[in-house]
Design a protein around this ligand. Structure first.
Ligand code: AMP
Ligand code: GLY
Length: 467
């Protein structure tokens, strides 16, 4: 018997990550229908995909679309529908869903919850504490600033990548804390943590995403995102200006070690709390001189990492997503001949270069006509749409902050980078922004002792222990 294949998939979302998922899933054996809610004009160009109108944040609307489309699997891309309880509604209706229930998605939506679960699971994160009042947060931040490399101030909830301030000194941290607390409604006691204050860690970052089924976890190829808007990691933080895979300084051995010491213990801890995590568990890691440390979890695939990862995945994704949704990942892995915790990957490389609109990541301009798309794709590069719209005359227009991801493949990272650069160089519109250094500087091969992670200092207050 081979692992069950989904035949009719409903994909929730409409960004570049979802375009990459649609591209991968639509071409797989056994797929009869791939529906996207709401999808996008770019996703609608994938052969076999039908976009459906509807609000991805409305669980009842998504369930109705899944039922009307006779979907045997729903795959959720972004975090907001998960936080809105889409997976809860679908699970209650007996529809297999890849994406965690809201209580498990809290691992992304509350940074305080993430720290608390990681500590219970024995996973190393930065020294940190959560606060619901300004005064004790200031005391903790000043103390961290006097002894360490700096302080990071994070809004507790979802902030679309804008809630994190990496501060050089106490004065910067005080300012960041002041801004976050000043944004609270006056005279109302916060019901829970407002900020997490962390010690600043140093090192290259990497993203390691697993498919989890509540118990088991299988890792996708590792990737590295480039978050700042400017070349050389300068300027504002963004949702991601490019990504590459593989990550030379994150070996397969280290990846397997991370699945065993980071992802699996956290999946087990969530299960112990009665909230099985079924979906993509994304660990944002920093490879510090003392070993890897977890910066954050996301409850979904990364964007733009997915655009660089899926072109390297050497196995159909649909059966794995269905198996994860049903709690049968181990069975599916055994049937696919997978031993260990890493999914099979193409030995080559992929580099994704993001092309962004004028003004991004601030106030963006929309409606600029895009030229050169056909030329970019002609050389074999993949072009994933994130923020585009097709005008009545067929022209593509900008319609979002991150507009496109152009992905080059090659036998190694320099070749993939050259392919991505060549293709990205064909695309233009007024005010287009991009980086020219995605995958240009590659850290040396891993030098980290994979087993040297310091134990997490026991400073993080548990539930009810907020200072
Ligand atoms: P997060 O949303 O928690 O991943 O934070 C966004 C970005 O802020 C990360 O990708 C890092 O570049 C940076 N960052 C977060 N936490 C820390 C930390 N403890 N030390 C240094 N940089 C951090
Ligand atoms: N690329 C970062 C993220 O998906 O959160």
């Amino acid at each position: 018997m081979t692992a069950a294949t989904p035949h009719r998939i409903l994909l929730v979302g409409g960004g570049g990550r979802e375009h990459a998922l649609a591209w991968k899933l639509a071409a797989e054996p056994g797929i009869e229908a791939l529906l996207a809610l709401p999808g996008s004009d770019g996703i609608a160009t994938v052969p076999g995909v039908t976009c459906l109108p509807g609000d991805p944040l409305d669980p009842e609307a998504v369930m109705a679309a899944a039922q009307a489309g006779r979907a045997d699997l729903v795959v959720v891309g972004p975090e907001a529908p998960l936080a809105a309880g889409i997976a809860d509604t679908l699970e209650d209706a007996g529809i297999p869903v890849f994406g965690p229930v809201a209580a498990a998605a809290r691992i992304e939506t509350s940074k305080a919850f993430c720290h608390e679960v990681a500590e219970a699971a024995g996973v190393r994160m930065a020294r940190a504490a959560a606060f619901s009042a300004l005064a004790p947060a200031l005391v903790f931040a000043r103390d961290l600033a006097t002894r360490g490399e700096g302080v990071v101030v994070k809004a507790d909830g979802l902030a679309a990548g804008k809630g994190v301030s990496v501060c050089d000194d106490a004065a910067d941290a005080e300012e960041a804390l002041g801004v976050l607390f000043a944004a609270l409604p006056a005279g109302v006691e916060p019901a829970g943590p407002v900020v997490v204050v962390e010690e600043r860690l140093r090192g290259p970052e990497a993203s390691l995403i697993v498919l989890a089924d509540g118990v088991d976890a299988l890792a996708l190829p590792a990737a590295r995102d480039h978050k700042r808007i400017g070349d050389g990691d300068t300027g504002s933080n963004t949702g991601g200006m490019g990504a590459y895979s593989p990550v030379p300084d994150l070996s397969d051995e280290l990846a397997a070690h991370l699945v065993a010491t980071v992802h699996r213990p956290v999946v087990a801890e969530l299960a112990r709390r009665g909230v099985p995590f079924r979906g993509a568990l994304y660990a944002g890691l920093m490879l510090t001189a003392d070993g890897p440390a977890l910066l954050e979890f996301n409850a979904r695939f990364g964007d733009p990492e997915t655009q660089a990862i899926l072109p390297r995945l050497a196995i159909p994704l649909g059966p794995l997503l269905l198996a994860a949704a049903r709690g049968r990942l181990a069975e599916a892995a055994a049937e696919a001949g997978i031993t260990g915790s890493l999914l099979p990957a193409d030995p080559g490389a992929a580099v994704a270069v993001v092309l962004a609109a004028a003004g991004y990541p601030g106030t963006i301009r929309r409606g600029d006509a895009i030229d050169g798309l056909a030329d970019a794709a002609a050389g074999g590069a993949l072009v994933f749409h994130a923020g585009t719209a097709r005008a009545a005359d067929g022209r593509w227009m900008t319609a979002g902050g991150r507009v496109l991801a152009v992905v080059g493949k090659g036998p190694d990272l320099p070749a993939a980078r050259a392919a991505a650069e060549r293709a990205a160089g064909e695309v233009r519109w007024t005010g287009m922004q991009r980086r020219h250094d995605i995958a240009a500087v590659l850290p040396a091969r891993e030098v980290l002792p994979a087993h040297s992670a310091r134990p997490t200092p026991a400073t993080f207050p548990g539930p009810g222990g907020l200072p």
